[in-house]
Design a protein around this ligand. Structure first.
Ligand code: ASP
Length: 325
């Protein structure tokens, strides 16, 4: 029996992978999102066992992506999940906020089929552009049904990363993405998809239409001004992620302000600015501990949790669970 080719849908949103510069020498003076999806697919050297169709949902530089884009993508991608003509989806996206979009989608979509996000560090017009190989390898992962068991994954520079651990860790190298201490979830080599980690458990999910509560992030630093913190506390967000020192420590001058804001009802999550490691302060009830989530992922988790009406007493357990998503 011959199998029908796998149908992979490309959902394009812009980014450097669709960027164009005046010269092939330019790797930073370009316009992101300048080229349509059709141009990215035109010369892709696909095998016969994969068919593509493409939808252009946005043409953005992802520095301008807003939470409304995440929600719009979640609706579109939920629809693709239930489309019998689609076996897997590749989302093309700018790299600047790719990790936020991937994490939001991971937390909101039930995946029966692979969802792979990719981008590029060099514009499509550059000599040695990385976009075509990233796109080809993302398509190869999206055509592999096993990938759905890993939740949302990113494919960049030959490696597969879980949305849970993915982060942009360099300003310009093509090898800009990593998964921190967790390490990559897998790799792609000439169409072979190799997995280095077990599938994700994914015990917790929010509905894609969950309203998003406003949440800010503040970073601690020596000499941080109390009036700046005060201004943020009064600005009306429902939650705050405090990216503190080390194990989430808070400058002594600031801690009373935060405790007071917490008593008035602001949900405050203590994360770390170190870039790695778990934040845990057992027995200190005034703050929620981010556990293993970095400040950016903690913010999205808190936006969803507050928007979904999670009671304050349940927030710590939720962060502990999401740490293992
Ligand atoms: N500023 C670009 C973007 O995020 C960077 C990239 O895609 O690499 O859209």
């Amino acid at each position: 029996m011959t199998r029908r080719p796998a149908s992979v849908r490309i959902v394009a949103t812009g980014g450097t992978i669709a960027g164009a510069a005046p010269s092939p020498r330019d790797t930073s003076g370009y316009r992101a999102g300048a080229l349509p999806a059709a141009a990215l697919l035109a010369d892709l050297p696909l095998q016969d066992d994969i068919r593509l169709d493409a939808r252009q949902l946005a043409s953005l530089d992802s520095k301008d992506a807003l939470p409304e884009l995440w929600q719009m993508l979640a609706r579109e991608l939920a629809q693709a999940q239930s489309d019998p003509g689609v076996d897997g989806v590749v989302l093309t996206h700018g790299t600047d906020t790719l990790e936020e979009t991937a994490w939001f989608l991971h937390l909101t979509l039930a995946l029966a089929k692979p969802l792979v996000i990719t981008g590029a560090m060099r514009p499509a017009t550059a000599i040695s552009a990385d976009g075509p190989m990233n796109l080809l390898q993302a398509v190869q992962v999206a055509a592999c049904p096993w990938a759905a068991r890993h939740g949302v994954v990113a494919v960049l520079n030959g490696r597969v990363h879980h949305a849970r651990h993915l982060r942009k860790a360099h300003t310009h190298r093509v090898d800009a993405f990593d998964s921190g201490e967790a390490g990559a979830a897998g790799f792609v080599q000439d169409g072979y998809v190799g997995w280095l980690s077990p599938p994700r458990r994914r015990p917790l999910r929010f509905p894609p239409d969950t309203p998003l509560a406003p949440v800010d992030i503040l970073f601690d630093y020596p000499g941080i001004s109390t009036s700046m913190v005060d201004a943020v506390l009064r600005a009306g967000a429902r939650g705050l992620v405090w990216a503190g020192y080390g194990n989430g420590s808070i400058s002594g001058r600031i801690e009373p302000l935060l405790r007071e804001a917490g008593r008035r009802g602001l949900a405050i999550v203590r994360a770390t600015r170190t870039g790695a490691g778990r934040v845990a302060h057992p027995g200190t009830g005034d703050f929620i501990q981010a556990a293993g989530l970095d400040p950016y992922k903690a913010r999205i988790a808190l936006m969803l949790a507050l928007g979904a009406g999670t009671p304050p007493a349940a927030l710590q357990a939720l962060f502990d669970t999401l740490s293992y998503e």
